[in-house]
Design a protein around this ligand. Structure first.
Ligand SMILES: Nc1ncnc2c1ncn2[C@@H]1O[C@H](COP(=O)(O)OP(=O)(O)OP(=O)(O)O)[C@@H](O)[C@H]1O
Ligand SMILES: [Mg+2]
Length: 315
């Protein structure tokens, strides 16, 4: 076989996600999307039937969040473009989706806590939620559920697909029964650590990742309202993995240096070579310019040091 990739193969490489986004598509028994693009369409065009404060559904989370988080029911109202490819001919037709209801998480701008945002100097958390999804999409990591900007009544906010999950808290309880250290150092966990470093996420904790019900090694990274916040991040000293993971058994609290896996180095090189313009274009309307500059510096830093974790364990 020729060493050189054919154009078709290059395209396939270009679009391969590191964590398969197929996991977002199986929403329920009756709803299955064909792609994350289709989920975005459904989130954008669907009507919000109702919004309920998440505390009413998950009382155990009450008082834990600073911003308002709502569970929304979305009525699917969109046209999916289905393509059938014939020899030398592409035939497209549209399918109307109507009437089915699915869940999403709404975070309205009006629900953002003024005190926290003023104290921390972070504004427009909902735009950061969308920026995180867009960045994940450009990196082709595939760990953030589809998230869009959504207007509803007098509100504007972020709307993210709700994933039926099993939370990390359960996982920690389970850690007596399973080799949690082994499980939590898999591919998705490494992706999440790198993702958090790149976008300066200060808020990764067990409530802010979800573990797939069907497969413990599959992760969903959520809650990125306090990301793109470089103010106190020293690029030289802190590459902080998700709390209680990767460094979970770091009882001595010594700094650990883990080589950056090859598949992440390759991906970041590809981003550096061909995606910088896209990062600038997509993120500019969503986060401050300074944050994009810092993010690009951190990608360079990762490629220079090729180290995943340098921080101490912060259980
Ligand atoms: N996409 C999602 N799918 C399933 N559950 C979710 C999703 N997003 C949020 N949740 C649930 O809602 C909880 C609260 O949401 P989130 O962590 O995003 O905000 P928060 O930490 O409460 O608020 P904030 O960080 O804005 O102050 C999560 O811990 C999780 O249980
Ligand atoms: Mg949270």
């Amino acid at each position: 076989m020729s060493e050189e990739l054919t154009k078709q193969e290059q395209i396939v490489c270009e679009f391969k996600y590191l964590s398969n986004p197929e996991k977002f598509c199986r929403v329920s028994e009756s709803i299955k999307f064909n792609s994350t693009h289709e989920i975005e369409s459904a989130l954008k065009s669907g009507k919000i039937l109702n919004r309920i404060n998440i505390d009413e559904i998950k009382p155990e989370l009450s008082g834990m969040h600073s911003n308002l988080v709502e569970l929304a029911e979305i009525n699917m109202q969109y046209l999916a473009q289905k393509e059938t490819v014939h020899l030398h001919q592409i035939k497209g037709f549209q399918i109307e989706h109507n009437g089915k209801v699915f869940k999403a998480i709404y975070k309205p701008a009006s629900g953002e806590d003024n005190k926290t945002t003023t104290q921390l100097g972070i504004h427009d958390c909902y735009l950061r939620e969308v920026a995180a999804y867009q960045l994940d999409n450009i990196l082709k990591f595939g760990i953030v559920p589809p998230t869009v900007i959504k207007e509803d009544k007098d509100d504007i906010g972020s709307l993210q697909l709700y994933v039926e999950e099993k939370t990390a808290e359960n996982h920690i309880i389970m850690s007596n029964q399973v080799d949690f250290e082994k499980e939590s150092s898999g591919k998705d966990w490494q992706l999440m650590a790198v993702f958090d470093y790149i976008m300066a996420n200060w808020d990764r904790k067990p409530e802010n990742w979800l573990v797939d019900k069907r497969d413990n090694s599959i992760l969903y990274a959520i809650d990125h309202g306090f990301s793109f916040y470089s103010r106190y991040l020293n690029v030289d000293s802190v590459i902080c993995g998700p709390r209680r993971t990767l460094t979970y058994n770091n009882k001595e609290r010594k700094s650990i240096r883990t080589p950056l896996p090859d598949f992440i180095i390759e991906r970041l090189m590809w981003v550096k070579e061909s995606k910088i313009d896209k990062i600038n274009k997509v993120l500019t309307p969503l986060v401050p310019e300074f944050e994009i500059e810092q993010l690009l510096i951190r990608i360079d830093k990762l490629l220079e040091t090729k180290i995943l974790i340098k921080s101490i364990s912060i259980d």
